[in-house]
Design a protein around this ligand. Structure first.
Ligand code: BG6
Ligand code: MG
Length: 216
């Protein structure tokens, strides 16, 4: 029986994935490393530092910078990103998301947020949806990013539920893997080639509804 729905944020609740891309693009250009939307797929769901490592892998390699240089690049990326997300408003909720949040609330399901982004609380506030969530995983306390199950397991444990009774919604390959590793069913929204392992693939969030989740 479905008892909880756990959402990813970037690319599921709002299109902030495009701002991560834009910010990394600036860093990659500065470092003269090729970086496009296709390569960016690898970065979705992974931590800030691991994202930088993946970009460096496409250029001089992840060991070509010291830890402190990498930290500085991550900070620079985050400053660009923070400027971009300031303009988010409630109208930036992706289609169908608020309807699904309402349906889940009315059905008495628990609602969780499993985003490894340290900017997630700020974005939730900008979108004015914080009150729907029973648990927001604290990205700072999660040791391993997706594809490890940690952030989804954190939500499931906070609800004291069995993972088999929870569903996760993701837009990234690493996220689908994380949901499965946590023992849950996975719904993928977005490019089908990234979603091969999902239990249900939808072309966009507008297709989400509680009935479809229950049918899983
Ligand atoms: C994930 C994004 O939600 O958060 C990744 O999909 C991002 O692209 C990660 O790197 C960490 O985000 P932040 O905001 O803490 O740099
Ligand atoms: Mg995402």
């Amino acid at each position: 029986m479905l008892q909880a729905v756990i959402f990813d944020l970037d690319g599921v609740i709002t299109d902030s994935a495009k701002y991560h891309f834009e910010a990394w693009k600036e860093i990659a250009s500065k470092l003269q490393i090729p970086f496009d939307e296709t390569y960016n797929e690898k970065l979705k769901g992974v931590s800030r530092l691991e994202s930088l490592n993946l970009i460096l892998d496409n250029g001089p390699g992840r060991d070509s910078f010291s830890e402190s240089e990498k930290e500085a690049l991550c900070t620079e990326k985050n400053e660009i990103y923070k400027e971009l997300i300031k303009k988010i408003t409630p109208s930036d909720l992706l289609p169908g998301i608020e309807r699904l949040l309402k349906e889940c609330k009315e059905a008495g399901l628990k609602i969780g947020l499993a985003s490894v982004s340290k900017n997630a609380p700020f974005i939730m506030e900008r979108l004015q949806i914080s009150e729907y969530f029973d648990h927001v995983a604290d990205a700072a306390k999660i040791k391993r990013s997706k594809p490890f199950p940690d952030i989804f397991s954190d939500c499931v444990e906070s609800f004291n539920l069995l993972p088999a009774n929870c569903i996760g919604i993701e837009d990234a390959k690493a996220g689908i893997e994380a949901i499965h590793a946590a023992g849950m069913k996975a719904v993928g929204v977005g490019s089908p080639d990234q979603m091969e392992e999902a239990d249900l693939v939808l072309s966009g969030t507008f297709e989400l509804n509680l009935q479809k989740l229950r049918s899983l």
